[in-house]
Design a protein around this ligand. Structure first.
Ligand code: COA
Length: 319
């Protein structure tokens, strides 16, 4: 028994913030942002929108492309680090909006690796026979936890959502997933403003990052993760048809592609248009390349992400 992706969807909020807009807000330049990160613009959630609104739009598009009715979904799982409320979780909010009843609905927080974590959990639940059809979403309103006066972080992030419908199948499918974490790095990348930490609550919901140090650990960790994925699946370098990386920084993506010997024409890049949308970035990129016809049925995909925690994850998928 495998799980297979039978539909994809995505949603980006209307408002666009360009590097030139940011030049007017902090001491930065379009040139600095483009050369250091590859980012040119990002989408920003509307004042009256929430993460579950973004998730809902992406989910409707994924259900539509799968030809699946909400009533046929028996698991709703959302990777997010920017929920609407402390509870109910975004999975429940989304379940209610879609009119799905009764099956499990939850969200999990693994920062930028949230979608890979969610995909892996949903895949295991399908393989285990607990679930037949799952809606798996990555959705974020990162702009809500950004310090818009901090030039080192505010230029990097954007908002959006991506979703897939997974279905039990005899054919692969999600062939392999791998997840990891190392909490020793908690202070290199975090967002304060949680409810139980009285001291850090004073910092009120802002993202803090030591970018340079994150960069080095991200490159090293992703390289050893993709080596392990190839080895565990007895795949040669160059065997991957499409790399769908987390879109944090073009330089990190290039290092991973080089390690895999995947040419850059075979890497799905949305970082210029979307920035780092955290848990939404991988399903957003997947949807873009499915809809524009680059990814075809039967292609071998490698999805990967790295994020705060630190957390990381990969999935090998026969599309
Ligand atoms: N505009 C202009 N200058 C900026 C700037 C900005 N937006 N942000 C930082 N700088 C300055 C720094 O102050 C520093 O100045 P100094 O040399 O006078 O001290 C200089 O640029 C270089 O900073 P540094 O941090 O060494 O740059 P970098 O090459 O490491 O690039 C990042 C910075 C953040 C783009 C890069 O480290 C990165 O992408 N890290 C990983 C971030 C990430 O992916 N996080 C999410 C993980 S999921």
């Amino acid at each position: 028994m495998y799980s297979r992706i039978i539909g994809t969807g995505a949603y980006l909020p209307e408002k666009v913030l360009t590097n030139f807009d940011l030049e007017k807000m902090v001491d930065t330049t379009d040139e600095w942002i483009r050369t250091r990160t590859g980012i040119e613009r990002r989408h920003i959630v509307g004042d009256d929108e929430t993460t579950s609104d973004l998730a809902y739009r992406a989910a409707v598009a994924a259900l539509d492309s799968a030809g699946t009715r909400p009533a046929d979904i028996d698991l709703v799982l959302v990777g997010t680090t920017t929920p609407d409320l402390i509870f109910p979780n975004v999975g429940c909010l989304l379940q209610e909006r879609l009119g799905i009843r009764g099956g499990p609905a939850f969200s999990l927080e693994a920062a930028c690796s949230g979608f890979l974590y969610a995909l892996s959990v949903a895949d295991q639940m399908i393989r285990g026979g607990q679930v037949v059809r799952a809606l798996v979403v990555g959705a974020e309103s990162m702009s809500r936890i950004i310090d818009w006066t901090d030039r080192e972080t505010c230029v990097l992030f954007g908002d959006g959502a991506g979703a897939v419908v997974l279905e039990a199948s005899d054919e692969p499918g999600v062939m392999y997933t791998s997840l990891g974490a190392d909490g020793r790095y908690r202070d290199l990348l975090y967002a304060s403003g949680g409810v139980s930490d009285r001291v850090r609550q004073a910092e009120a919901g802002t993202l803090k990052m030591k970018g340079n140090e994150v960069f080095k650990v991200a490159v090293k960790t992703l390289e050893s993760m993709v080596d392990a994925v190839l080895e565990s699946n007895r795949l040669d370098k160059g065997a991957i048809d499409w790399l769908i990386p987390h879109q944090a920084n073009i330089r990190i993506i290039k290092a991973t592609a080089k390690r895999l010997q995947v040419p850059m024409e075979r890497v799905v890049l949305t970082v210029a248009e979307h920035g780092n949308t955290s848990a939404a970035s991988v399903p957003l990129a997947l949807d873009v390349a499915v809809r524009d016809g680059r990814i075809k049925r039967g292609d071998l995909l490698l999805l990967e992400a790295f994020g705060g925690g630190f957390t990381w994850g990969a999935a090998l998928v026969r599309y």
